[in-house]
Design a protein around this ligand. Structure first.
Ligand code: FO1
Length: 323
């Protein structure tokens, strides 16, 4: 049932992709586009690896590994096992089928195609239907500052298993990175319905996107409400190191602290039913807040949350007078 809605969803990889699957099941390709973090991208073994773009692509194509959230279901590992036997760099597990995606992406980038273009080609080949945009075609690298010194994102996340205490984050290149023009056009559209921040890590999945100046300015200027879904439930992150990072940054690991992190960018915030008692902490000055079942284990969970979030956004669009 198309209502002429237009939504943009900002997401990282694993956690955000769950809601993305629900949103894509409810909204058609003409109603929903995705803007994805590329701060996790890195050059590895001579290949351009784009974990969040791939996690979203695999999730929307329904080929993702349900146990890890990254990589492909039914993957084989002959390449990485052989590389390890040869004494090569084996800490980042590239599956055989996944490897083909990185090779193809790298070949196309070296031939002069933009990351947006290659992303479109790969998604067309895997049969996803919704537009997926990298936050920029320009390189942006998330650097995690830790008590052990600065670490490139994948070195912190995978090689060091998120063990070092974090002290801050840097998004190298973000300040001069250009956003995709189509995304800026969508954000400036007078009929944009809403902007959804998926339940991804606010520090290393959503913040890198917001660090691109054109994107942050366009979000602020948009007529559409910005609604975030909390990745923190009952003080814990459902996936990944968000709660650990918050503790190390001396921020309470609570859903309201996530809303406070996004600050006045937000018009709406969705917390889990388990945190419903915290709704009263959102005063009149803050974003409108609702509680919903945000834990997504099954496809039905994803569909249910997406339906609630979309309805919440529509209500805010109708009622909230924008800046
Ligand atoms: N995450 C891991 O924890 N270990 C891995 O070996 C690993 C390999 C990997 C390969 C391709 C890919 O696209 C993602 C991969 N990830 C792996 C996930 C990825 O590092 C993170 O989930 C994201 O960067 C955080 O959003």
């Amino acid at each position: 049932m198309s209502r002429g809605d237009r939504f943009l969803a900002l997401t990282g990889g694993v956690g955000g992709a769950k809601l993305a699957v629900g949103l894509a099941a409810v909204l058609g390709p003409d109603e929903l586009s995705f803007l994805v973090n590329t701060g996790d991208d890195f050059e590895h073994l001579g290949l351009h690896v784009a974990p969040d773009l791939d996690s979203l692509m695999y999730a929307l194509a329904d080929v993702s590994n349900p146990d890890t959230g990254w990589g492909r279901r039914g993957e084989t590992w002959q390449f990485i096992e052989t590389l390890r036997e040869l004494g090569g760099e084996g800490w980042f597990a590239l599956g055989d089928r996944d490897l083909a995606v990185h090779v193809q992406r790298t070949v196309r980038l070296r031939a002069g195609a933009s990351l947006s273009c290659v992303t479109r080609e790969l998604n067309a080949a895997l049969g996803t239907r919704h537009a997926i945009w990298p936050m920029s075609d320009d390189p942006v690298a998330t650097i995690v500052h830790t008590t052990h010194g600065p670490l490139a994102f994948q070195h912190y996340f995978v090689r060091e298993r998120c063990v070092p205490d974090v002290t801050g984050f840097e998004f190298a290149g973000a300040g001069t990175a250009k956003a995709p023009v189509a995304v800026l056009d969508l954000l400036a559209a007078p009929d944009l319905t809403g902007i959804i921040l998926c339940p991804s890590n606010p520090y290393v999945s959503i913040d890198p996107i917001l660090a691109v100046p054109e994107i942050r300015a366009a979000l602020r200027a948009s007529v559409a409400p910005v609604v975030a879904v909390s990745p923190i439930v009952a003080g814990l992150a459902l996936k990944g190191p968000t709660a650990k990072m918050m503790a190390e940054l001396k921020v309470p690991s609570t859903a309201p602290a996530v809303a406070a992190h996004y600050g006045d960018l937000l018009d709406g915030f969705v917390i889990d039913l388990q945190d419903a008692s915290l709704l009263e902490t959102f005063g009149d000055a803050g974003p409108a807040a609702i509680a919903a079942p945000t834990v997504m284990l099954t496809f039905d969970d994803k569909l249910r949350l997406a339906t609630i979030v979309i309805e919440f956004v529509r209500e805010l669009r109708a009622s909230v007078k924008r800046r």
